[in-house]
Ligand binder design. Structure first.
Ligand code: HGY
Ligand code: MN
Ligand code: MN
Length: 416
């Protein structure tokens, strides 16, 4: 007779079906998703997730940032819960798995515990964090950041998207302002299961990433001020060209990142020209440099150098230059005890695994500020993510969820 939970595995088909059903909400144009935070599609996805959780016997709590907490009771009501989750919001051209896998895998853990009639001492809470992506409202990981005390709720509510809409107003519009104070909940532990969003696990032919760290990040938003002028009749020597300054700053950033290889990345994903007319030199150019490294000294040293050299580039061109850090977190070390629980689960299940540093940021990075936290990762095809062609296999999804189930149940304390 196997010991309780000895044969603990999830139902990968059920997990996969839930992923495909959620992917139907906020579809993209190329097979992925556009379910951006606080849109009607986000609201629809939240409702579907809530219905699935309530069908699995969970009770919902929502805080004032719209974070959803779905609770399965433990045998000890005084024991702090083990949290497991991620995010349902996507990039505008996002994939079907980034974030969603972690939320629905948390639900699959519950569904499997119900099937196996497993009881735990600590309650278990499945989480959907609001606005992890930071695509519509910067910074990324906004709601988990408020939960961890990094941002105030007023700061968060006042964040605006490119159309000037306010986060707080949009959260109210979709009807997801809850009554719980943000951060009032205390966690015994936090687990997050996520696709790697990089090429390492697939290249090394490993099923499981045992995530020990996450690299740190700066989002440096530059505002360059030039002079609007006719692109045809203005002589080259009379131009105050903010667009040219941006190009040179991007080139400089690339050169600094390549000088500091390996162990850092830098690039630009978003640029806004004003007035953005084909035959008007831009009056202002706003763009954000996304800079990351697992090495704190390298991360901060590169930031200082980029800002200094950008100011010099702008000055030579007579272009005004200001910069604001609109996103930041230091490199994160995850909890060694939880990391060991993930590694042991992979070993017990016979899954190939390796230590991994997360290249992308996650809500786990802020959860780690207020509780022991760690992550489990699965490969993704070609390491591709933040692209509608993002793809994983059902086997990969299921293997990581098996590991998550065992690590969560072990940490929550199985009760005979
Ligand atoms: O930017 C990130 O690393 C995450 O996808 N929000
Ligand atoms: Mn994500
Ligand atoms: Mn993402």
């Amino acid at each position: 007779m196997a010991a309780p939970g000895q044969n603990m595995r999830v139902n990968a088909d059920r997990l996969w079906d839930s992923l495909m059903d959620m992917a139907k909400i906020g579809p993209g144009v190329a097979g992925g998703n556009n379910r951006q935070t606080l849109t009607d599609a986000d609201a629809e996805g939240r409702k579907l997730f809530q219905s699935w959780c309530e069908a699995a016997g969970l009770t919902m709590g929502v805080d004032k940032m719209g974070n959803m907490f779905m609770t399965r009771p433990g045998t000890d009501p005084d024991a702090l819960p083990v949290y497991v989750g991620s995010h349902l919001d996507t990039q505008p051209t996002g994939g079907k798995y980034d974030g969603v896998l972690g939320v629905l895998a948390g639900l699959e853990v519950i569904r499997s515990m119900n099937d196996l009639n497993i009881k735990t001492k600590h309650p278990i809470v499945v989480v959907n964090w609001t606005n992890e992506e930071g695509a519509r409202f910067a910074p990324a990981m906004l709601a988990s950041g408020v939960f961890a005390g990094i941002h105030s709720i007023d700061y968060a509510y006042d964040r605006k998207d490119m159309e000037g809409l306010r986060f707080g107003d949009e959260l109210a519009r979709i009807g997801w302002i809850g009554d719980e104070e943000v951060g009032a909940r205390k966690m015994h532990a936090y687990f997050e299961y996520h696709i790697e969003q990089g090429p390492i696990l697939e290249a090394e032919d490993k099923q499981i990433g045992v995530v020990t760290h996450c690299q740190g990040l700066w989002w440096l938003e530059f505002t360059l001020t030039g002079k609007e002028a006719h692109t045809g009749s203005t002589p080259m020597n009379m131009r105050v060209n903010a667009g040219l300054a941006m190009a040179r700053i991007m080139e400089m950033t690339q050169a600094i990142a390549m000088e500091n290889q390996p162990g850092c990345v830098a690039g630009v994903g978003q640029v806004k020209f004003s007035p953005n007319s084909r035959n008007v030199l831009p009056g202002t150019v706003v763009f954000t440099i996304d800079l990351r490294s697992p090495d704190q000294t390298k991360l901060d040293g590169m930031r200082a150098r980029i800002e200094k050299e950008a100011a010099a580039i702008a000055e030579v061109l007579g272009v005004g230059c200001s910069v604001e850090a609109v996103g930041h977190f230091d490199p994160v070390t995850f909890d060694p005890t939880l990391v060991s629980a993930v590694r042991k689960a992979a070993e017990d299940l016979g899954y190939s695994h390796m230590n991994l540093i997360s290249g992308a940021g996650h809500d786990a990075c802020w959860a780690a500020k207020v509780a022991p936290a760690t992550m489990v990762m699965c490969p993704c095809v070609g390491g591709l993510s933040h692209n509608e062609a993002e793809e994983i296999s059902k086997d990969w999804a299921g293997a990581g969820c098996d590991v998550l189930l065992r690590a969560v149940v072990e940490t929550a304390g199985i009760v005979e």
